[in-house]
Design a protein around this ligand. Structure first.
Ligand code: T4K
Length: 375
């Protein structure tokens, strides 16, 4: 075990390191874009990437500048009112609700999956509710069929934040086939990225057409303005990187699955906590998240600092749930599971940067540290 400040793996590793295709493959595609003159405005690379995504997810896909803007234009498509969402998410989920002109209402999460609790949402629905917004956290399905039933019973829209969940299926269906639409992220830190970017996936063709207009100043392909809109587009250069990275997805699925097993083998027998298990349809396994046993909660900060000194950067996603940060303090008071879980989680690095053996080394160091460290 590493006892000095030497790097544990000889080089730094981080949660969120981009999984890039080889440089030559990316540069060839970028070269091609530069050789032409179409750099943005729904060019051929954006269309090609949309068609690959649509094929993977079996839904129509509309590329945008980010996951946040994808969520915002989707939310702008429902009547203004209250939107029920988890607080245990990246704060962008709540920001998109406000940007679209709604009021946030936070509901609690399920202690096992960390995804939005159906019971908690059922208790928060009122006549002011216009949409439910579950997050497929850590790439796992957030009870999409149960939320469809609840949304139908109350006649409210159902929109999913699928930022973490590229390619995840639920009962053989793509997650993009549930609800009115799903917003995915292609940010650099996501398992599958286009540097910056995102997209909406929907099975509603009329909605997809409207969103295409909204991402370009509300214009239809002929330039007529039919809706409110802005500049929410993806450039050809970003789409080119997305295309190159898309070709590596099969390899990434295999690597992340092996990495997860290596972590789990070492960690689960140690008693320091549990890993959030990928659901059967979560084949990309984009996040490895450890939930520490509550008795070790006070050590989390020290563990992250010590591992970082050894060149292993962990993340405390989401130590500051949305209801605890200034814009949303006071929005909802009682989220006991969110408050408890947000003190326990630690995201561990995975992806092409690591082999399963290296994950085992990280896990061994982590276990020793958690058990040995004084508070
Ligand atoms: N909904 C959910 C549930 C989300 O998780 C997110 C984004 C969104 C919506 C919004 O989607 P986008 O609008 O972003 O497309 C990161 C990401 O910035 C954010 O995209 C992501 N969720 C969130 C979970 O994680 P931070 O604050 O941790 O980012 P940062 O800059 O500290 O990056 C994390 C680590 O990744 C770095 O310490 C090192 C590594 N990294 C990062 C970047 C940007 C790299 O190695 N290379 C890079 O280029 O939020």
């Amino acid at each position: 075990m590493s006892r000095s400040n030497e790097l544990l793996l000889g080089q730094p590793v981080v949660v969120g390191k981009p999984n890039l295709a080889p440089k030559e493959e990316i540069l060839a595609l970028i070269d091609d874009v530069l050789a032409g003159h179409q750099l943005t405005n729904n060019g051929p690379r954006v269309q090609e990437l949309e068609s690959l995504l649509s094929n993977d997810l079996r839904a129509e896909c509309v590329l945008t500048s980010s996951g946040t803007t994808a969520l915002e234009i989707l939310l702008r498509s429902v009547p203004k009112g209250e939107v029920i969402l988890p607080s245990f998410t990246f704060v962008a989920t709540a920001h998109a609700v406000v940007a679209a002109g709604h009021r946030v209402v936070f509901a609690d999460i399920d202690p096992h999956s960390h995804c939005l609790s159906v019971e908690s949402v059922a208790g928060a629905i009122s006549t002011r509710t216009t949409a439910i917004l579950p997050v497929h956290l850590w790439g796992n399905p957030a009870s999409p069929d149960e939320f469809e039933k609840l949304a139908n019973e109350h006649d409210v829209a159902l929109i999913f934040d699928a930022a973490h969940a590229y390619g995840t299926e639920h009962m053989g269906e793509s997650l993009a086939q549930f609800g009115m639409g799903s917003a995915y992220s292609l940010h650099a830190t996501k398992a599958f990225s286009a540097v910056e970017g995102g997209f909406v996936a929907t099975t509603d063709h009329a909605l997809a057409k409207q969103l295409r207009a909204m991402r370009t100043f509300g214009m239809d392909p002929g330039g007529e303005v039919s809706h409110w809109g802005g500049n929410y587009r993806m450039s050809e250069l970003h789409a080119a990187v997305g295309l190159a990275n898309h070709a590596r997805l099969k390899g990434l699925e295999a690597r992340n699955q092996e990495n997860f097993i290596a972590y789990r083998t070492r960690i689960e027998s140690s008693g320091i906590g549990r890993l959030i298990e990928p659901a059967p349809g979560n084949i990309l396994v984009p996040y490895v998240v450890l939930e520490l046993n509550p008795s070790y909660a006070r050590k989390r900060k020290g563990i992250i600092t010590r591992m970082s000194e050894m060149g292993v950067q962990l993340k405390n996603y989401f130590a500051s749930p949305a209801h605890s940060v200034p814009p949303y303090i006071g929005a909802t008071a009682n989220l006991p599971v969110t408050d408890a879980v947000s003190r326990l989680t630690v995201a561990l690095p995975t992806g092409f940067q690591l082999s399963p053996n290296e994950c085992d080394l990280i896990a061994a160091e982590l276990v020793e540290l958690v058990i040995g460290m004084h508070e």
